[in-house]
Design a protein around this ligand. Structure first.
Ligand SMILES: Cc1cc2nc3c(=O)[nH]c(=O)nc-3n(C[C@H](O)[C@H](O)[C@H](O)COP(=O)(O)OP(=O)(O)OC[C@H]3O[C@@H](n4cnc5c(N)ncnc54)[C@H](O)[C@@H]3O)c2cc1C
Ligand code: FES
Ligand code: FES
Length: 1429
């Protein structure tokens, strides 16, 4: 094996085991830590490496990107592996142009995803890609921070055709625009300026400019031969046919694993078909001991990792068995080798179709289905045979092939051990039961034969609906084929085959429905009959495994309808394409409804963004180059001290039962396991196990609160041994109480399971009006001026997983005879972690140092929930006197560390009709949050929700009560916005509901009721104060006019009138977000600044870097203070021994706090330097001054501190009104002012939904945010885009599912179903709005924060929900058309494809819902999919 141009020494390769992944081999065997482990299931792309092979026949190099976390290390035998380390390095400034582009265009934030993304882009360029290829093939990488726009820009920047894609905010391609030279759009103006202002760093952030080519030139200036890089790196030994290595490649390989505890087994790589079949025969016979064929390992790898399957022999067919890796075509059939990778099939399908149109209608549907099959990295290795033999009920290719009448050729070795015996099976007969196929032991799926479709009148179509468009397993998938014959002036259906996945435990054919079709005339009536039949044939019980019964049933019929429509179109083309007299053909000019847009690859990615005219400079992220070269170190990458042990947690697998004990005997016998610790260990250490209402390890005898609760920890010499040990621990459960454990909010309300300490109640205005609000009947009809319109209802917003790319990780190192601990932790709260560990291990805080260099994302998830992880590792380390590394696997992280709280809101609200609108009167709202099993931060989260429930609207009378529910879920915690978005979402729902009830357009109702400058919020804070401005109304008005929203609305209405099954919607969504920690004491920060005698500065402050660019901004502040360049200022890490008693990096407050305290420290040093400045003169450098002062014995270090004034960050909800409280003061203001100021913004979006499937795409998004005077506009824009994306994900596709009454199919009650990227979908590259403009409000100063800036991390999160409201608008438009009037409906968040489809309430949807609900049509009308919660 070769890695980065070098042959891996034999003594290292020999250590590779058959079940070892390439990623583990690279990281642990070769110490190449650039490739990251994000999920271990092929779902995030953080582990992407490039595999290159030499094709002897063509003499060409083949390069593919793969997931190293799934690829077996031994499968890379004979290949060249390029990892991020091989592409470029910060050493000697040797960055590859792709890495430079990523740095300069701000493509990395936390940087954890970045190496994988750079390698993915590098692999595309290795194959001479253009922008279209890039847009199709970035589907295998996820980024949780950036929102992808800058990565798109960087990825495209080196393409020759990049310039074609540059568009202005108008959406027009700049290259094609006739007004290109006179256009005054900001982007264009900026562009012009850039040409003349290249030296000025302020302009460097222009990423989508006309002079893309100039940018390309500058990126490749120092490496003009960059395109040849992969070729040059490729080892010549392999190309040299006579070299020993090249010859060795042709030989079979056998690797025997003798390490007993791995349970690995022997790896075989046969190089001939007979050799392969011989192995199957030998090990397949009853005494042979068994085998497993492995090709792409994308299924087997998952089984090995998550089901812990152990195979004694793995047989990997080498690609020198050419026939099984080929695609060939003849006039009547197309043959795919059983091991042909899917990407090669896709490639060949396109090539053959182009070469000969006869293949087009057979091959292009296969090609199109593969576009949405998994990701590029998976398709590059996964084979068709693997998809078939795995027989997943939701496999995509199986229904496709079954409907096409494909055959499988299964081969084995004959009795004589030489001849190959084959049999043929129809794909439709191949699937016997759940994951069971008609293949005998020792048989091999040699090839798949697909009949070529007739030249005309035969059609096949693929359908797939998933939670996310890209890289997602289907909810329902289907292949449909139909053959027509013209007869007696009609088209008769001669043959029909409909196959479905996702509707049964195996791929099924809708045989009865096909019978309805066959022999009938091809027309709408026939399909209507077929639809009736299909509904019966594909009926699912409500509680079917996998859930979504009604949606799945509806999808089968929607697909059938789409199939009918598409055949009509193609049939017309066929008829028109036939030369000569058409009179023999029936008339097919059927009256057709509009054709729904069938999903296709959308060109996406932002085209532009507008740079502000700002005081700050857009410096790139301080760690950008390190991120892009994989040299940035995260906890798991640290070169751990020798003797470091690995750890794995012991987790409860039941809940509501007593934890009796665990038996460790078997686990301790696992080779490599050295210790198992639980709550008694903490007692022995004289530590405190109890931490608040939780414990580090649940004590024996206590009731288990939720599945996943931590019971103990196992440490071993290797990760495998620790994990095997943890699995071998037998947990004994005691009796359970008969009470049902509350999982959902409804359960908690029913059993009154609340955290009373989190209850908040805030009232303003007329109490009697609020009381009567509850008692009044809802009034919504025939309103006139003066009437009070009253509504009531409920609204839900879902939970959200942080999905930081780097999971929780800690390295705990005991020192000084175990009296001290040094902890390297991925945490947002170093001091809190220090305190927790000190308490749990019985160590004084002064002897525990917690250090955090950087995190691979945090988003609030690492504010408190990392503590039990760090403490577990620290307890084990102290107990065994050795360093312990604990990195949570993705599934454990998702199961144990909590999410954003889901909310249920119950409300009553009213508005009074006026001459020109309707004025808000009152709102009474109860907010219930699901807090999980531990109060954690639920109190302040609920209070922030209560403080944001007014949105941006003036409710004269308001009463809000919030409380967190105690449930059997992991304790839920902080997540960007911290309850604020949940409060605002509830408010926006009420606003929508009232607008509908008052029959007023939603935008005008909102604008009419918006706070103005003279108002105060419901908690008594003035919107506009002397040095704080209220901007929301003006931004709203500006966007309304600049985007010409009335014209846009008209266009949307016109589009919707013309299209029945595709609807567009739009929304303008405002936000204000209060800045300050809710807890008064947390509003403080410290910094330590050292000026060295060479004039460089080292800053350490209490904040942590998680990608948000805090360190970069603080460096800018210090650089400006000292008058030096940013490069002269450095921040090493965050450490509790340098700055003590730090506050968590949260609440978007960090720049405000740490910028200020750093400034304070700098000013102290500057004051001491003042005499030297006077003495040495204005020309003297900082180095000169530092020297002079040092020799004068002046202290060049200073500790800075900052705490905002109490008046700006203190609110006591329970404080009684003082007797002498002046009447003219705003209500509630005696309670204090909770926030320093508000960060504000407005977003507009337009979407398009496919009514039949529930798919949506975002056509455009425009965002304007007031971030004051930005310190670093590039970082701020990055924060806005990232937050927008997270908000969009939360409100549209991200759905958490627990096992509860509504989801009985996902394991034991309280089990979390969504434990990885396979089931939980965050937005991917192609979820980018097609046009995405982000701008910062100009001339917006904020004199009360550092350099007049504003906090930016959390506030724009809510703006992403504009996409949800636009979707709701589109659904509303369909419902309005269907029912003839606009009526209220509860559209729950997230607006998933299921909710979109099921809320559209078309005839089909209602029919399915009614059938499922036992004929209750009324219930069907208000049916809500179970979704999450
Ligand atoms: C992140 C991710 C996303 C995915 N997305 C999708 C998706 O969108 N749609 C979808 O349908 N699937 C998806 N899958 C599933 C998987 O990728 C496919 O099933 C794939 O085709 C399996 O091929 P493989 O070569 O990796 O199989 P392997 O894991 O190597 O083998 C799978 C099984 O097939 C057997 N096998 C393989 N080839 C042969 C042969 N020629 N003869 C006999 N037995 C054979 C093996 O013994 C094994 O039992 C996804 C998987 C992952 C990890
Ligand atoms: S770690 Fe390999 S894809 Fe996530
Ligand atoms: S920068 Fe992509 S996940 Fe953080």
């Amino acid at each position: 094996m070769y890695v980065n141009g070098n042959r891996v020494p034999d003594d290292i390769t020999e250590k590779a085991r058959s079940n070892q992944t390439l990623l583990s081999f690279l990281r642990d065997g070769l110490n190449l830590k650039g490739s990251k482990l994000g999920c271990a299931e092929g779902g995030c792309g953080a582990c992407t490496v490039m595999i290159s092979k030499y094709d002897v026949e063509s003499g060409e190099l083949k390069h593919i990107a793969v997931n190293a976390c799934l690829m077996p290390a031994l499968a890379a035998d004979g290949c060249h592996v390029t990892t991020i380390e091989g592409i470029g390095s910060v050493k000697d400034d040797n960055l590859h142009p792709i890495q430079k582009a990523m740095v300069e265009m701000h493509g990395s934030q936390c940087g954890f995803c970045t190496p994988g993304i750079v390698v993915a882009i590098y692999s595309l360029y290795a194959n001479n890609c253009n922008t279209k290829a890039i847009e199709e093939h970035m589907d295998g990488n996820l980024c949780r921070c950036t929102g992808y726009r800058p990565i798109w820009d960087a990825a495209r920047s080196l393409c020759d055709d990049a310039e074609e894609l540059v568009r202005g905010p108008c959406g027009t391609s700049c290259r094609e625009c006739p007004e290109r030279d006179i256009c005054e759009q900001d982007c264009n103006v900026e562009d012009k300026e850039k040409v003349t202002a290249d030296e000025d760093e302020q302009k460097v952030i222009v990423t989508s400019s006309k002079d893309k080519m100039a940018m390309k030139k500058s990126l490749i200036a120092s490496s003009p031969d960059w395109a040849d890089h992969p070729k040059k790196l490729f080892p010549s030994d392999i190309i040299d046919a006579s070299s020993a290595d090249s010859l060795a490649l042709k030989k079979p390989l056998m690797v025997v694993d003798n390490a007993e505890f791995h349970g690995a087994g022997t790896w075989f790589k046969p190089t001939t078909l007979v050799g392969l079949l011989k192995l199957l025969k030998e090990f397949g016979n009853p005494v042979g001991g068994g085998y497993k064929i492995v090709v792409g390992n994308t299924e087997v790898g998952i089984e090995t990792r998550f089901k812990h399957s152990v195979y004694p022999r793995l047989i990997y067919p080498g690609d020198s068995v050419e026939s099984i890796f080929q695609v060939s075509a003849s006039t009547n059939k197309i043959v795919f080798g059983g091991c042909t990778p899917l990407s090669f099939i896709q490639h060949e399908a396109e090539r053959l179709s182009k070469n000969d149109p006869i293949f087009t209608r057979t091959l292009m549907p296969i090609h199109d289905m593969l576009r949405w099959f998994a990701s590029t990295q998976i398709r590059n290795v996964a084979c068709l045979g693997g998809n078939l033999v795995t027989a997943s009920p939701i496999s995509d290719m199986n229904p496709m092939l079954a409907s096409m009448g494909a055959n499988l050729v299964l081969s084995k070795l004959g009795e004589d051990d030489r001849t190959i015996v084959s049999r043929t099976v129809l794909v439709s007969d191949f699937f016997l039961r759940y994951r069971t196929v008609d293949i005998q032991t020792s048989e091999f799926l040699e090839r798949i034969e697909v009949p070529v479709l007739a030249k005309v009148f035969e059609y096949v179509k693929p359908f797939k609906q998933a939670r996310r468009r890209e890289d997602d397993i289907s909810i329902v998938t289907s292949g449909m084929r139909i053959k027509l014959v013209p007869k007696d002036g009609k088209f008769i259906i001669e043959h029909a085959a409909l196959a479905f996945g996702g509707m049964a435990p195996k791929t099924v054919m809708a045989v009865k429905t096909a019978k309805v079709l066959i022999g009938s005339e091809f027309n709408r009536e026939t399909f209507a009959k077929a639809s009736e039949c299909l509904m019966e044939e594909m009926k699912l019980p409500e509680k079917v495994p996998g859930g979504q019964a009604a949606f799945r049933m509806t999808l089968t019929n929607s697909f059938l309808y789409k199939f009918f429509l598409s055949v009509v179109v193609e049939l017309k083309d066929d008829v028109e394409g036939i030369e000569g007299n058409h009179s023999a053909f029936p008339d097919i000019s059927l009256p057709l409804p509009s054709i729904p847009i069938v999903d296709e690859a959308e060109l996406s990615g932002a085209k532009t963004f507008i740079t502000p005219d700002s005081v700050g400079k857009p410096f790139t992220h301080q760690s950008g180059p390190l991120h892009c070269t994989g040299e940035a170190t995260y906890i798991d990458d640290i070169n751990a001290p020798s003797g470091t042990l690995h750890a794995s947690l012991i987790l409860a697998r039941e809940c509501g039962v007593i934890f009796d004990k665990f038996e460790t005997e078997r686990a301790l016998k696992t080779p490599g396991v050295v210790g198992i610790y639980g709550s008694d260990t903490i007692s022995l250490l004289k530590g405190e196990n109890r931490q608040g209402d939780e414990s580090v390890f649940l004590p024996i005898g206590e009731t288990i609160g939720h599945i996943g609760q931590v019971l103990g920890i196992v440490v071993g010499e290797s990760l495998e041994s620790a994990e095997m040990g943890a699995r071998a621990v037998a947990i004994k459960y005691g009796t359970s109480s008969n009470e049902k454990v509350p999982v959902s909010i409804e359960d908690a309300i029913a059993s009154k399971s609340f955290y009373e300490s989190t209850r908040y109640d805030l009232t303003r205005g007329d109490l009697s009006a609020l009381q009567s609000l509850k008692e009044l009947e809802d009034t919504t009809s025939d309103t006139k001026v003066g009437d009070l319109v009253k509504i009531s209802g409920t609204f839900r917003s879902g939970a959200q997983e942080h999905f930081y790319l780097e999971t929780m990780s800690t390295l705990a190192v005991p020192t000084e005879g175990d009296t001290n601990l040094t902890i390297f932790a991925s945490t947002q709260a170093a001091s809190h972690t220090q305190e927790y560990i000190a308490s749990a291990t019985g160590t004084p805080m002064s002897k525990v140092v917690v250090r955090t260099k950087r995190m691979g994302g945090g988003f609030g998830g690492k504010e408190t929930r990392n503590c039990f992880v760090s403490a577990s590792a620290a307890v084990a380390a102290k107990a065994i006197s050795r360093p312990v590394l604990l990195t949570l696997p993705r599934d454990v992280d998702m199961l144990t560390t909590g999410h954003r709280h889901c909310f249920l809101s119950k409300y009553h609200a009213s508005a009074r009709m006026t001459e020109d609108g309707a004025k808000l009167e009152s709102m009474q709202i109860d907010l219930y949050a699901n807090g999980g099993w531990g109060v954690d931060l639920s109190g302040p989260i609920v209070s922030r929700a209560c403080l944001h429930v007014d949105g941006v609207y003036n409710f004269p009378n308001i009463q809000v009560e919030g409380v967190a529910c105690k449930t059997a879920q992991a304790p839920h915690t902080a997540f960007r916005g911290f309850g604020g978005p949940q409060g605002i979402a509830a408010c926006e729902h009420v606003m929508d509901h009232l607008a509908v009830a008052c029959k007023i357009p939603k935008e005008s109702f909102r604008r009419y009721n918006m706070y103005d400058e003279s108002n105060t919020t419901h908690f008594g804070m003035a919107l506009s104060q002397s040095n704080r401005k209220w901007h929301v109304p003006s931004i709203w008005d500006r966007m309304t006019s600049e985007l010409n929203l009335s014209q846009r609305r008209q266009d949307i209405d016109e589009f919707n009138a013309k299209n029945k099954w595709v609807k567009r919607g739009a929304a303008l969504t405002p936000t204000k977000f209060g800045i300050a920690f809710g807890a008064h004491f947390m509003n403080q920060g410290g910094a330590l600044v050292h000026l060295y005698t060479d004039g460089t500065v080292l800053v350490t402050h209490g904040g942590t870097e998680m990608g948000q660019g805090l360190h970069t901004k603080v460096c800018q502040v210090a650089a400006q203070a000292f008058g030096i360049s940013v490069e002269q200022v450095y921040i090493n890490d965050t450490s509790t021994d340098k700055v003590a008693n730090q506050i968590a990096t949260a609440a978007s407050m960090s720049t405000d706090l740490y910028g200020m305290c750093t400034l304070d420290a700098c000013r102290q040093i500057l004051a001491r330097l003042k005499p030297y400045r006077e003495k040495c003169g204005s020309e003297a450098s900082l180095k000169d001054l530092a020297h002079a002062a040092f020799f004068d014995r002046v202290d060049l270090s200073a500790h800075g501190f900052y705490a905002p004034d109490k008046s700006m960050c203190h609110f006591d909800v329970n404080k009684p009104k003082p007797d002498n409280y002046p009447d003219d003061k705003p209500e509630n203001s005696w309670k204090g002012q909770p926030f320093n100021y508000f960060t504000q913004g407005v977003a507009y979006s337009e979407v398009e939904i496919d009514v039949l499937t529930g798919n949506h795409r975002t056509l455009r998004a425009d965002v304007v945010v007031d971030v004051g005077s930005s310190i670093n506009p590039a970082i701020d824009i990055g924060q806005i885009e990232g937050a927008f994306f997270q908000g969009m994900g939360w409100s549209t596709i991200e759905e958490i599912v627990y096992s509860d009454d509504d989801h009985t199919w996902c394991g034991k009650r309280s089990n979390l179903f969504t434990q990885g990227p396979g089931t939980y979908k965050i937005p991917a590259f192609n979820d980018q709005p097609e046009i995405f403009n982000v701008s910062l409000l100009e001339d917006a100063e904020n004199p009360i924060a550092v350099h007049s800036s504003k906090a930016v991390g959390e506030p724009p999160f809510f703006l992403g929900t504009t996409v949800f409201y636009a979707i709701k608008d589109a659904v509303s438009s369909f419902r309005k058309k269907a029912s003839g009037r606009e009526s209220y409906f509860e559209f729950r968040m997230p607006g998933t494809s299921e909710r979109i489809r099921m809320q559209c309430n078309d005839e089909l949807g209602i029919k399915v819902k009614t059938a499922m609900l036992g004929g209750d049509e009324k219930a069907a009308g208000s049916y809500q999919p179970s979704g999450s919660y």
